[in-house]
Structures are given as structure tokens and as C-alpha cells.
Design a protein around this ligand. Structure first.
Ligand code: NDP
Ligand code: GUA
Length: 483
């Protein structure tokens, strides 16, 4: 075990104190299958304590002068950058992604703290035309205690993009990180402590996700739930929150179409596809999952793609030359194998990959070959089910109408991508795709400045951007009559 893992706290952080628990749960390194730490599991009272601490901290935090509140966020950003190497190593060991990607994620988190600190100073209210003896105003106010539940695929990024706008807008937070990747979250909380964030402003609890989710959704003190994860759990949390009528943001599953039109710049399209598909080994909600290629260019695209996919180096993310790390768990391998078998049974062609990687080099980790499937169609599960792994399914098309109809044939509506040159074609694609985000000749669609989120069963609410911080405030109308 490395020093970075040994040294990070494994306990709950409630009201500014590290709190131990009666129960500790094993944490596995997906690159080796070995236990790397034992993580505290909160009991019911401890979860209630965390909510109460956030509630008690809310009024003082909200009332801080803005420049003082946002200074904490700037200080946290500085600390994230200063400790980026350590945080990246922790992330790679518990999650598996390459160390380069981990470092970029930590740096992006620092950027998120900075951007939201700045944006909080621009949460301007509004004045509405009113009769002479009245003033109509809108004031944006923080919602209160925020319950945040985050996934394992971006163990740091999903936390920073929720906590930064929540705190910037004057809210306090209780975080429940994924039980697969709590150490990255705990390492961030150590930096909160180092930044002397006032007690109770940010609290973290690990433990039974069902129990913590129920405690958060049923609590009268928690005013908002922000969740990133699978669609079924997002729906369950939505239903559970009905009784207390919480404000919610749900960033759920995706099944992004990636259209390569006949007039596309093929080199750029293949490069974009490789970057977006193999980021975090395909375990990304905005990963391209259905690749629609015009039949006139299919052979050319497939040739270039196969060469690049076969050149990917799969291995432990800590090795500098690794492009693709392990999958998160054994069941992730099972899900991908099932999709591949279902597709090939129904006529898809396995172009490359398709198997688990085993042997000494792979050290009992959850490694899988980068895979291309050709001749995929709508009879196959992979056409409709989120993949979350390194599989590229190729579907050919003939006309623009046909590909738009197929691309929209999904319950999901998060990210979509298209490569084309003709401006009318681009306009038609951009306006017809039923997705929250459309990348045209570009796959970088996630920035602090731009809105991130979906439609349909991919959820609602936006993260990042001026819209993201608005998810953490309520609009209060003030009608003043001058007597
Ligand atoms: N949109 C996205 O970015 C993501 C999509 N997914 C999709 O979901 C699939 C399954 O991944 P998985 O990790 O199981 O995703 P989950 O939705 O199960 O987990 C996401 C978060 O929700 C928590 N959670 C799980 N069950 C509950 C519950 N009943 N109440 C409250 N919180 C809960 C998890 O906690 P704990 O880990 O402790 O169980 C974790 O913190 C993936 O294969 C992928 O298709 C997954 C992750 C992210
Ligand atoms: O997979 C997700 O849950 C979010 C993707 C994050 C990003 O692209 O910034």
C-alpha cells in the first residue's frame, strides 16, 4: 500500500471533527483486486448529526460577507492545485483511471472552486417594472442544507462541481461519496479542514447508501438533493423526495450517439471518438456509445479506428504509459461481456477485443480489451443499454433523417456528438438531437463555464456555468409598497 493511501483519513467528517465508527468496510483497488483500506460506515445517528451540523452552520455561513465566503473557495482551489499529485495518486489507486486523467480532474476541480467563487459575486437580483409607489425585486437566496450523492467514475470532479457552487451560493453540505471511491472525497475534506472552512459547512458520511439516501430525502432540514449516478437510483431518490418536496438536480445515465456524416473530416472524427470513448475507459456518462457512420466512409473509419484501438496500452493507471486502466468492479466486466455476447449472437461482428485481460501483467484487476463491434443494429441490447466500458459499436446509416431518428431512439438524452462540414447539415443535426448537450466537430463539452446536464431519463438540472450555481438558490420576490 502506498503512503498516500495510508495517510488519508478513513473516518467521517462531521462538524469539523473526524469521527470514527463501529463498522469499517474494505475498499478494493480495481487494478489489483486487493483491499487497500478500511472505510468508516456511519450509523443512523451519525448521519443525523451530519445533517444537523450542516443545518446549524447554514445561517452563519450564509451571512458571511461575500468576499470572506468566496475567499475560502479560492483558498481551497489553491490547496487542490498544491496537492494535485497526491490527490491524483489516491484517485488512480482507488478508481483505476490513468494518473494523467486523475491529475487533470483534480485541476479541473480547483478551476470549479475558482469559477464558482467568482460567479457567486455575480448572483445579481433583478428589478421588475412596477407602479410608482411599489418596488418589485427578485433576490437570489441559498436553499439551505444540500445533500450530495456522488458516483465513482469521477471521484473528485463530481464532488467539486457540486460542493463549489453550493458553498459559493451560501449553502452548507452533507456529502455521501460512492463506496467504491471514498478516499478521493476524504482527501478533499482534509483540504477543507486545512482551509479552516467553518465547522459544519461541509460534512462527509460513508455507509449504507440506501440508509443515507433515505435519511437525506426524508429530512426536513435538507432542502436540496444533488445526485449523479444511475437512472434507477436517481428515480428512487426523486420519488423518496416527494414527501418533503425537495429541490433536486439529477445527472443520470447517458447513451451518447456519435454521428460521422459522409462529409466529415474523418481524421478529426476518429481522434475525437478515441478521446471521448476511452476517457476513463468508457466509464463516463457522456461517452459516445452508439457510433453512427455513413455507409460511404465506413471502411475508412473502421480501418483508422481499429489501428488506434489496437495501439491502446491497457494497464495499471499508475504506470505513465497506460492509456486505459481497469474497470471499476467485477460486475462491470460481466455487464460488458453480456452486451458483447448478445450483439454477436444477433449478427454483430467482433472487429477487435472482446475479452477480459488476465495473467501476471494484469494482477487480478478488472481489465478488459478495448473493443470494436461492427454491424450493430436495434435488435441488440447495446443499442439501448448504457455501456460504461471500452466498447465501440458501429451502426451504418444512409440518410440524415434516418440517423437523426436512430440517434434519438433512446430513453437517455445527455450528450450527443456529430462530425460534419456542411452548415445546413450541422444546423439540422444540432437542432434535431434530443439531448442536453451537442458537440459538433468537438468532444470537449464539459467546462466550468458551460452548462452540463440532460433531458429525458438522463435527468434534469444543470451543473457548471451560470445556470449551475442557480440550482443552489431560490428566487425570492419582494414587493415593497412605499407608504
Ligand atoms: N451518470 C453517471 O455519471 C453515472 C452512471 N452510472 C451508471 O450506473 C451503473 C451502475 O453504477 P453504480 O455505481 O451502481 O451507480 P449508482 O447509481 O448505484 O451509484 C451512484 C451513487 O449513488 C449511491 N446509491 C446507490 N444506491 C443508492 C440508494 N438506494 N440511495 C441513495 N444513494 C444510492 C451510490 O452509493 P454506493 O456506492 O455506496 O452504493 C453512489 O454514491 C453504471 O454501470 C452506469 O451505467 C454510474 C455512475 C455514474
Ligand atoms: O460521467 C459523468 O458522470 C460526468 C462526466 C464529467 C465530465 O465530463 O466532466
Amino acid at each position: 500500500m502506498t503512503e498516500s493511501i495510508n495517510n488519508v483519513h478513513k473516518d467521517l467528517f462531521i462538524n469539523g471533527e473526524w469521527i470514527n465508527t463501529a463498522d469499517y468496510k474494505d475498499l478494493i483497488n480495481p487494478a489489483t483486486g486487493k483491499v487497500i483500506a478500511k472505510i468508516a460506515q456511519a450509523d443512523e445517528t451519525q448521519v443525523e448529526d451530519a445533517i444537523q451540523a450542516a443545518y446549524d452552520a447554514f445561517q452563519p455561513w450564509k451571512s458571511l460577507e461575500l468576499k470572506d465566503r468566496t475567499q475560502y473557495l479560492h483558498n481551497i482551489a489553491d490547496l487542490l492545485e498544491e496537492h494535485a499529485d497526491r490527490l491524483a495518486e489516491i484517485m488512480t489507486i482507488e478508481q483505476g483511471k490513468s494518473i494523467k486523467e486523475s491529475k487533470l480532474e483534480v485541476i479541473a476541480g480547483a478551476e470549479s472552486f475558482r469559477w464558482n467563487a467568482e460567479e457567486a459575486r455575480r448572483l445579481y437580483g433583478e428589478t421588475i417594472p412596477a407602479p410608482n409607489d411599489h418596488k418589485y425585486e427578485i433576490a437570489y437566496e441559498p436553499v439551505g442544507v444540500v445533500g450530495a450523492i456522488t458516483p465513482w467514475n469521477f471521484p473528485s470532479g463530481m464532488i467539486t462541481r457540486k460542493i463549489a457552487p453550493a458553498l459559493a451560493a451560501g449553502n452548507t453540505v452533507v456529502l455521501k461519496p460512492s463506496s467504491d471511491t471514498p478516499l478521493s472525497a476524504l482527501a478533499i475534506f482534509e483540504l477543507f479542514e486545512q482551509a479552516e472552512l467553518p465547522k459544519g459547512v461541509a460534512n462527509i458520511v460513508m455507509g449504507s447508501s440506501k440508509e443515507i439516501g433515505e435519511a437525506m430525502t426524508s429530512s426536513k432540514l435538507v432542502k436540496k438533493i444533488t445526485f449523479t449516478g444511475s437512472t434507477p437510483i436517481g428515480k428512487a431518490l426523486y420519488a423518496q423526495s416527494a414527501d418533503t418536496l425537495k429541490k433536486m438536480s439529477l445527472e443520470l445515465g447517458g447513451h451518447a450517439p456519435f454521428i460521422i456524416n459522409a462529409d466529415a473530416d474523418i481524421d478529426a472524427a476518429v481522434e475525437g471518438l478515441m478521446a471521448a470513448k476511452f476517457r476513463n475507459n468508457g466509464q463516463v456518462c457522456i461517452a459516445p456509445n452508439r457510433i453512427f457512420v455513413h455507409k460511404s466512409i465506413k471502411d475508412n473509419v473502421l480501418k483508422q479506428l481499429t489501428e488506434k484501438v489496437e495501439a491502446l496500452k491497457v494497464g495499471n493507471g499508475l504506470n505513465e504509459d497506460t492509456n486505459v486502466g481497469p474497470l471499476i468492479r467485477e460486475d462491470a466486466i460481466d455487464k460488458i461481456k453480456k452486451q458483447i455476447i448478445n450483439a454477436t449472437d444477433k449478427g454483430a461482428t467482433l472487429v477487435t477485443g472482446g475479452h477480459r485481460l488476465t495473467g501476471d501483467e494484469y494482477d487480478n484487476g478488472f481489465f478488459f480489451q478495448p473493443t470494436i463491434l461492427d454491424n450493430v443494429n436495434r435488435t441488440m441490447d447495446i443499442f439501448y443499454e448504457e455501456t460504461f466500458g471500452p466498447v465501440i459499436p458501429i451502426i451504418t446509416f444512409d440518410t440524415l433523417e434516418e440517423v437523426i431518428e436512430m440517434a434519438n431512439d433512446s430513453e437517455f438524452g445527455l450528450a450527443s456528438y456529430a462530425y460534419a462540414k456542411d452548415s445546413k447539415t450541422i444546423q439540422t443535426i444540432a437542432t434535431s438531437l434530443e439531448y442536453g448537450m451537442v458537440g459538433i466537430n468537438e468532444v470537449a463539452i464539459s467546462n466550468p463555464e458551460t452548462p452540463f446536464g440532460g433531458v429525458k431519463h438522463s435527468g434534469f438540472g444543470r451543473e457548471n456555468s451560470h445556470l449551475g450555481i442557480k440550482e443552489y438558490v431560490t428566487a425570492k420576490f419582494i414587493n415593497t409598497k412605499f407608504l
